[in-house]
Design a protein. Sequence first.
Lengths: 425, 830
Amino acid sequence: MSKLIDRIIPDPVRCITGISAYEAEGGFRALKKAARAGPDFVIEEIVRAGLRGRGGAGFPTGRKWAAVAEDTATPKYIICNADEGEPGTFKDRLILEKNPFLLIEGMALAAFTVKAGVGYIYLRGEYPALFHLLEDVIAQCRKKGYIGPDFMGTGADLELYVHRGAGAYICGEETAMIESLEGKRGQPRSRPPYTVNYGYMGKPTLASNVETFANVPIILNIGAESYSKIGSPESPGPKLFSVSGDVVRPGVYELPMGVPLSEIIYEHCGGIKGGRALKAVIPGGVSTAVLRSDDLACRMDFTSKCEGSMGIIGSGAVIVFDEETCMVHTAYRIAKFFAHESCGKCTPCREGTDWIRAILLRMEQGLGVEDDIRLLREVCGNIAGNSFCALGDSAAISTIGFLDKFGDEFEAHIKGKTCPFGGPV
Amino acid sequence: MDQVELTINGKKVKAPRTSSILKAALDNGIYIPKLCWDRRLTPYGGCRLCLVEMEGQRKLFASCSTPVKDGMEINTESDRIARARKSVLELLLVNHPLDCPICDKAGECELQDLAFKYGPSASRFKGERKQAPEVTTAPLLERNPNRCILCGKCVRICGEHQGVGAIDLIGRGYDTEVSPAFEESLDCEFCGQCVDVCPVGALGSKPFRFRSRAWYMEEKNTVCPYCGCGCTVTLGISEGKIIRSVGTDGVGLSKGDLCGRGRFGVDYVHSDKRLTKPLIRKDGKLQEATWEEATAYISENLKAVIDSSGPEAVGAIGSQRCTVEDNYMLQKFMREAVGTNNIDSLAALGYSKAQKGIKQAFGLDTLPIDYNSPLTSDSILVVESDITSTHPVWGLKLYAALRDFGATLTVIDPKLTKLSRHASEWLRNTPGTAVAVLNGMMRTILDEGIHDKDAESHPGFAELKSKLEEYTPEKVEGLTGIHPDRLKDAARKFAAAERPLACMTLGANENNKSTDTVLATANLLMLVGAGADALEIPAELTNTIGMFEAGIRPDAGPSHTPLEKPGLGLVEMFYGENSPVKAMFIMGENPVVSFPQAEVVEGTLKGLDLLVVQDLMLSDTAKLAHVVLPAASWGEKEGTVVGASGQPQKVIKCIEQTGESVPDWQIFRNLARFMQKDTGLGTLESLQQEIEGKVSFEFDSSKATPQFNPVDLTMAEETDKEYPLKMVTGNLMQHSGSLTTLSKGLESVVSDAIVQMNKADAKVLEIGDEGYIKVASRRGEITLKAKVTDEVPEGMLYVPSHFPHARVHLLTYPSANGAVSIVAVKVEKA
Ligand SMILES: Cc1cc2nc3c(=O)[nH]c(=O)nc-3n(C[C@H](O)[C@H](O)[C@H](O)COP(=O)(O)O)c2cc1C
Ligand code: SF4
Ligand code: SF4
Ligand code: SF4
Ligand code: FES
């Protein structure tokens, strides 16, 4: 029994969906260790490991756990964000398919540490097969006493429920997710109060991404010391990258944080399909700004920035476009996504995203006018920073990114009154 | 409260720690534009107009949803802010229909005002205008989705504030819309609060549609004519007519809240059924006459009665809807000009029962409610009362206590009401058995020794203790259907409360409670260490308390001054075997419809030598009169009203009197003059001066002298094999007495008398929803439409008694003593 889980997905081929297989791989050893060492130890280890949330914002996980643990209100809840709505992101799905017990172990650790009795897994509606798989996995864990009343003799209880989303991207935003869980319309809430103190049903709630939970058993298994040495010093640990688009080998890659973008594309994914040249990369899901081929040296972690853009890693969804892709069309498709997914709560995003969409569409159709680029920038400027939640900001960041990096293509569309790449849509 | 200090636009201001920046600014006279904020609602942060700058921060903050902090430095105006606001407005206007010329909101539309303030948009985005059709299928309310700016206020006032949740936003992003559930038809309370909060013309009041441009309308504040809440209504007056009624933020007791009655029900003053001339019965028919003729007729016939049978043969009924001045003059005329104390009102069967209980328990004549008390209470007990129907706006305080202040709400009620639905604990008892529930709770409290030990020194403690012996949890379960565990649990929690509060209503048509219910409630409060100020019984109507203070009682004069020779009360006058009354004055009341046991009432009235009715219309009672006098209505006269909170409020004259109608007090003044018994009170001023000298309207609950009054559960009538069902009578939220049936607006919501009955009972009798049924009691039979529901439990019928044509009171009976007067009935398919 010397085996320890030290990777999120130990085996890219096999699905570990039987509890004995997971135990044989070294499963639940972190939980046992925590049960002996106590909640304070778990929080200390996560803090020392330097784990940051994998849902996109990179918030220090240890601080979140500590905040929920410290709140004296009861009951408390934990929520796993498995909504995975960001286009290009499909890494949580892989965890759930290949190594679902790791998530449950992470959630059991959380429940024990923050003293939450009930947990929810908010599952992307488009993953129906995973719903049944998770229900089965939970049942197995309960039967073996890894969760349930007084699990593993820790005195803590945990009941886990899987809740299926209904296909709204905004419900991945944690406060909208909580509203949705409460049976309300999925719209983000004002903060403060923050989720850690006023979350589900107004009670202290720990909400984290699937991959974040999955990292915790690894930290306890290999120790905070060794964990913090993986990847970048400011954002250590392993990271799953979902790579899609015009690469030879798209897929999910488990690599240390801080890996250069060029290494992901050219070493791990085998470069661009058909030997074509790379034109653009969206590094961290459609909420991040697009990069050009000369930006590829940047490192993929929470602190590094590329010239002219905000954070780049986002959810770790790398989308690669080759030289034949029309950037106006790409910008339009993304804008259409945001306009469609805007929840409608705040004016700038609700009205503004639809305007971005409409302007980009007419450009792509060759109907753009001289002033449209300035107009686009102005609309984006009025959304960014003024919208209620990050969705509106993301829509603006995305569009501005395309204008900044590929302004010439937009001008060509306007001047030529048609799409040079054979559009319109 | 915990205060912080911050700087707004260079000015140092203080604000409670829980305040938002926006609220702190407004409270200090600094204006910040806003479209989705309302004082009553949790901040939303959606419209983004309230953006402000914060020192040291790069981005702009939505001031409505950002809490204040010590030392914060805020700037509310700058070029950058103006640009951001202008852009928000621009985005809102892109798809807005801009049909201001035909929009009822124009002139008082917040969007219009802001667009004006921030300059016209160049409208660089040329957008398609939304083209959704108007939704006009619901009564009273209409919706124009194209004008909606999705501020969400209507949704939140309905869900959060009213506790209803009839509408929500559906769809996403640009396609978001306000809609009832599943886009079905609107099923709500019709309070109309959503119309008031809508900043634009997306929600409208149908009766107001196209009635007037905002700028042609004169606005006046006065007090609502209906229930005891005493809300302030802002009337819109145009061309001598009241064309709408709205609430105004922060004004009056109600601070801008109104229920459907106050908002949609005031059109009754313009009913085409209003009387315009006096009527005298000639040749068996009521015929138009002059005031001189009518006055002469009354004077002559009144004298004849007095001469032959003495002043004791004259009686009068005052009105809780008329002003203090009207009622004072009535009793002055009766006591001084006629010489009789036979003066009473319908409240004898309602609030008067509460007053009797209050007097016995606390030695007080009058106990107004403390309007905001629910907000400081940690445990509220509601005793078989649908308070959000009888007193909708005050009822909101109970809901707010639960929602915002963490109070526990325990509701004893067989009926599913808004309060029982939201309650922390709903004790669903057998109808009318609250006394037993309360006794059971007290017994538990005594058994467990968790009562207030000081209470043992109140008189009656020993008697209470021995009375409660028999109320074992098991016996109480038998009487009330409440499980012993839940009873005990409720008792323990109530006893543990720091500031307990017990609330109930006692309207004249509520037959499920009586004086005993009040006494039992008072006993419980005293037992847990609370006093008179923990008992909240809102008086029924707009001037119920004012009417009593004015001296409308057979046994006391103004300010409850005891009389040497008390007169006859309502029960003796109307139902007494050998009532000596031969002449009767009825002011603003409709006994044929509103008094129990209608057949007897009619008999009594028909047997009179002289019946004078002062009313707005030819009521069923007026039809029996010898003389009918047209009275000026609310809105047509000045005066004072004192509702549930005990605070005198002025009602004002907003429109001219209808036809030849005159205020009720003037009718008595003129009559006295004619009879050469001038009261010396010629003007309203002199009348008000005299009242001021006699009635103080100051009520002090600290003078209470608590005393236990042990009571048993007594039912005036029991069910049996033949009459197996319990008929409870009461109110609908959209109606008040029979007055509201004159309102076209309210009649469009509910105009048909219905009887609610449980599914199981209906099934046995093969009665379908909306089917007609015959309901018979030991006194009579009527036909009503059935509403099959689980809102009432098995064995219970609930019947609102507002509708004259339904004649519900053919089945009922009066009960002025302590017993509950639920009616035993049987039902069959009609
Ligand atoms: C529009 C929007 C969509 C989001 N979608 C997701 C999502 O699908 N999955 C996720 O884990 N986090 C998502 N997030 C981030 C969450 O709000 C939250 O920050 C995250 O779940 C916190 O978990 P972590 O601390 O483990 O990163 C989204 C945020 C926004 C603003
Ligand atoms: S930015 Fe506003 S409209 Fe967009 S998703 Fe967030 S809250 Fe909803
Ligand atoms: S109908 Fe009026 S109140 Fe309701 S969301 Fe639209 S604009 Fe706001
Ligand atoms: S609550 Fe009462 S006083 Fe207020 S508006 Fe309604 S009926 Fe009028
Ligand atoms: S008032 Fe603050 S966002 Fe609407």
